[in-house]
Design a protein around this ligand. Structure first.
Ligand code: BES
Ligand code: MN
Ligand code: MN
Length: 485
């Protein structure tokens, strides 16, 4: 108890410095999807590693990753080989000298996970202050990655620093830290590492801070995430771009073909039209549905302030929380091809691409869902068009148990900080590696996140509410100290 109080005190005294350090991390534009930013992504990894080393963590190192070669065999035409691709490094650190329990059992090991990569900041002119120049306004820290996920990674690092300071250079619990740089692009590098080196991440529980609180001041554990398949549909028509006056009426148009295909993927009510797509969808339990009904959720407020649309869309007969947490959904992220410049150009493009993702829920699997999607898209392909349906990345849906000592340790840690009981929610987003922690490593996951619903993840003006940064650090200090006790 004494160490906990000392660590909490240290975090309070040093809170302002912690924020200044976080700003330095946020200044690094570690955009994982942009090949031009690879050096910045690495700089962010080195920044995190250097701090882990400074506070006293051991075996701190960058682990290089690569995405293995994948062979795609389309139903017609030659197989396509996507070559091995170099990935962004993982940051690893550990401290494995915690004293065994009084009864001689070995000390508990906690795996701390987060990601240091960020989403692209565009559209830039929507930002009130530049995305990589962190700015404090009214208790919020604005920057790309502030909440997703650099601010939350920094909570982990600063909780460890506080515990080291209070413990005279020792931690009360064994800790492994793994921070990835490819979460926002599918996390295939870390997935390969987990498959190939499961022993290096062996732990009793994984603490993941990359999710949100359900409402301000409401401590939250996320007990389910949707999975996803992220796909690309490439359509080809004529051999080359054509004059639309000379050939319109005779030549197939891949952009129109994509529009026709996309229009048949779901109906106006949001029901996905792929045959057998819902066969494996598992409904949440009655107890879970009842708990969701009791959450402080105002649909009108959500529509107005979070979504900012005239109506909410989606499947009839399901609440917003069910639709976003427990139902599969399909979205189109971009369509490219033909002419999109200023003015007019009369062209029938030879080629067009659409990016389409589908969120998955338990018990759907990425492999089967992609096979069903691909077969359906190929079946509805308009005449004269050849398609290639590619899987870019995927992740499994998860639900985690709420009945274990780690959940109890987390809720009492947050009770001490927030003075409130924890609510259990699911998240509509995906963190692909969490499923691998559970399935490949057999490690239960605890998703204790401190973002807020209006933190603008992936959008302009992303922010982190600084009170939650500090409360997050204190919660993690208390959690780690109590599982070590
Ligand atoms: N932190 C999010 C996921 C998240 C958001 C979980 C809110 C729970 C609540 C994560 O960084 C993310 O954005 N993931 C991507 C995954 C993808 C690119 C594989 C997503 O969900 O789109
Ligand atoms: Mn994230
Ligand atoms: Mn994200």
């Amino acid at each position: 108890m004494k160490t906990t109080d000392a660590a909490v005190g240290f975090a309070k005294e040093n809170g302002e410095r912690f924020v200044e350090e976080l700003k330095a991390l946020l200044r690094i534009p570690s955009i994982s999807t942009d090949p031009e930013r690879a050096a910045d992504v690495r700089r962010a990894a080195e920044f995190v590693a250097a701090e882990l080393r400074r506070i006293g963590m051991e075996n701190v190192r960058l682990i290089e990753t690569s995405t293995p070669e994948t062979v795609l065999a389309p139903s017609s035409g030659p197989a396509q080989v996507i070559p091995e691709r170099k990935g962004h490094p993982l940051v690893y650190a550990d401290y494995l000298h915690a004293a065994p329990a009084a009864d001689g059992r070995p000390a508990t090991t906690v795996l701390l996970y987060g990601h240091y990569d960020v989403q692209p900041p565009e559209p830039l002119d929507e930002w009130k202050s530049p995305p990589f120049e962190p700015m404090e306004r009214d208790g919020d820290l604005f920057a790309r990655g502030a909440a997703d996920d650099k601010g939350q990674v920094w909570m982990h690092v600063k909780a460890l620093e506080s515990l080291f300071a209070a413990g005279g250079g020792r931690l009360p619990v064994n800790v492994r830290v793994i921070v990835e740089g490819e979460e926002e692009v599918g996390g295939e590098g870390i997935a390969a590492f987990v498959r190939e080196h499961p022993d290096e991440l062996r732990a009793d529980v994984a603490l993941v801070s990359d999710s949100e609180m359900f409402a301000p001041d409401l401590p939250t554990l996320c007990v389910g995430l949707r999975g996803m398949i992220y796909t690309e549909i490439e359509a080809r028509g004529a051999r080359t771009d054509l004059h639309s006056g000379m050939y319109g009426g005779a030549a197939p148009n891949p952009l129109v073909a994509l529009a026709q295909i996309i229009a048949q993927l779901k109906d106006a009510a949001g029901h996905i039209l792929i045959p057998h797509f819902y066969d494996r969808v598992a409904a949440p339990s009655d107890a879970e549905l009842k708990a969701w009904k009791a959450l402080p959720f105002d649909e009108e407020h959500y529509r107005e302030t979070e979504v900012g649309s005239t109506v909410l869309t989606g499947e009839a007969g399901f609440s917003v929380l069910e639709r976003t947490w427990a139902r599969p959904t399909l979205d189109v992220h971009g369509i490219a091809g033909g002419f999109t410049g200023a003015g007019a150009k009369t062209v029938i493009p030879a080629r067009a691409v659409a990016k389409v993702s589908i969120r998955l829920v338990p018990e759907m699997t990425p492999a089967e869902s992609f096979a069903l999607f691909k077969a359906y898209v190929e079946a509805i392909c308009p005449a004269g068009i050849t398609l290639e349906v590619r899987l870019i990345h995927s992740g499994e849906p998860i639900v985690v148990s709420t009945d274990n000592p780690y959940v109890r340790a987390a809720t009492s840690a947050m009770r001490a900080v927030f003075g409130k009981e924890t609510v259990f929610v699911r998240g509509g987003g995906s963190i692909p590696i969490v499923g691998d922690f559970i399935r490949e490593l057999g490690t239960p996951a605890l998703l204790m996140g401190f973002g807020l619903p209006d933190d603008n993840l992936h959008a302009p003006n992303e922010k982190f509410h600084l009170a939650n940064f500090h409360r997050g650090i204190e919660s993690i200090v208390r959690f780690l100290a109590s599982v070590g006790a």
